[in-house]
Design a protein around this ligand. Structure first.
Ligand code: MG
Length: 431
């Protein structure tokens, strides 16, 4: 025989204009939903989820019934969002605990989807039963963040799992022995983002009335900022099992959305015996390890998504464009430079650019003796020209300039003779 006593409170907070959180408190079913998806969407999603959870669990008030009620709530929110363009994309978190009879024994069934949380306060210790289905929590599990860093991480609000955003949902399920004196806290992230574990413990250890405790939680979260909607449900086990410590009290049953609590193929619920040593809640290190193992397993069968494909195509395009730009830049540049005492036309950039080194394009046969000495310093470091034609013209002009200067200053040989002389660089054809 188990007797529960509960209390709940919910508040819009100090920043939001509407309260999209919703609490459910009946004699045997308790839940918190935190809606999302626009002004109307969030409220509709949390309300639909709570209503369907309550109705479906009422039809099948068992552990598997609770898990199925969550999948049913998912379907209702999903279908509603598909039928109403204004509500497209709405969703909600949902965590719930229910007192159920399994094989003549009282059990607390607990479910979770999203980043609302369920805690168990037992013997002065507070344990978070649920895992946040958020990007930040995944980073914690992967060892990329500490829990303290995750609490302030910009990705802490990005959910990796929510109710009503796809036709199927994976539900985390636990079975818990109702131990006398235990307290359960169900809350939206508006509470746990504002209050730390010690503050939660302070309230649970000092305020014995669950309603007063829930209200104090909400008031405290408002005082600490109230940046989101705040909801708390406190459930106390007034009459329950004695804490013998001989069997684990909290057992994760499954994380599969199909048949989470041992449904037989014929549809009859088959309760799992409580005395069997089952899965205890792994600590952080074990969860991290398991997550790594799971990721390694998944890596092999991961499909190339459209987004990955798009990324690869874009990457190849950018790399290709970069390569051809550099190539074009180098192959369309020329310069004239002294090689020994001969003027040589090179293709490329002076000194080279990235992986391109200049290559000899043409030897001109023109030497330092054929050009004016004033040009030599520039020719030693190289003179850039945009085309090979321009480079040839430049060399020709140097030679002509030198010849004309020579003719003018020496008056010899006569102009007619100069024109018949084979000028250096005469082999520079083209333009
Ligand atoms: Mg919230």
């Amino acid at each position: 025989m188990t007797v529960l006593r509960s209390g709940s409170a919910s508040d819009v907070g100090l920043v939001r204009s509407s309260n999209q959180d919703l609490a459910l408190e009946t004699s045997s079913l308790f839940a918190v939903a935190d809606g999302m998806g626009g002004h109307a969407g969030g409220e509709v999603a949390s309300r639909l989820a709570i209503e369907e959870l309550s109705a479906a669990f009422g039809r099948q008030p068992t552990g598997s019934g609770l898990a199925e009620a969550v999948t049913s709530a998912n379907a209702v929110v999903w279908e509603h969002s598909q039928d109403n363009a204004d509500l497209r994309g709405m969703g909600t978190t949902l965590t719930a605990v229910a007192l159920v009879d399994e094989g003549g024994r009282d059990v607390l069934a607990l479910v979770n989807v999203g980043d609302s949380r369920s805690y168990r306060y037992h013997d002065g210790e507070l344990t978070q039963i649920t895992n946040d289905h958020s990007l930040a929590e995944e980073m914690v599990l992967n060892g990329e963040l500490t829990p303290a860093e995750a609490a302030f991480h910009p990705h802490r609000h990005i959910l990796t799992r929510a109710l009503g955003v796809s036709p199927d949902v994976k539900v985390d399920v636990w079975r818990i022995r109702p131990v006398r004196g235990d307290r359960f806290l169900l809350s939206s992230d508006g509470l746990t983002n504002e209050l730390g574990t010690n503050q939660l413990i302070e309230v649970l250890s000092t305020v014995t009335d669950p309603q007063a405790a829930a209200e104090l939680f909400v008031r405290a979260a408002r005082t600490h900022g109230g940046s989101d909607n705040i909801t708390a449900v406190v459930v106390d086990v007034i009459v329950g099992e004695e804490d013998t410590g001989s069997v684990p009290a909290v057992m994760a049953v499954s994380s599969e959305f199909v048949d989470p609590t041992g449904m037989a193929p014929d549809g009859v619920a088959e309760p799992l015996p409580l005395s069997v040593p089952e899965i205890r809640i792994p600590d952080r290190r074990e969860r991290r390890k398991a997550k790594r193992r799971e990721r390694r397993r998944d890596r092999g069968r991961r499909l190339i998504t459209f987004r990955t494909l798009l990324f690869v195509i874009l990457f190849v395009a950018i790399v290709g464009a970069g390569y051809f730009s550099v190539r074009w830049y180098n192959t369309n540049s020329y310069f004239v430079k002294l090689n020994g005492n001969e003027l040589v036309i090179y293709q490329g950039r002076i000194g080279g650019f990235l992986w391109y080194h200049p290559v000899e394009a043409q030897r001109t046969g023109v030497t330092t003796a054929d050009v004016g000495p004033t040009y030599l310093p520039a020719l030693q470091s190289g003179v850039e020209e945009s085309t090979i034609g321009n480079a040839r013209t430049y060399v020709k002009n140097l030679v002509s300039d030198h010849l004309s200067t020579h003719t003018t200053t020496s008056t010899l040989p006569p102009a007619s003779s100069a024109t018949t002389t084979t000028a250096p660089g005469a082999g520079l054809g083209g333009t």
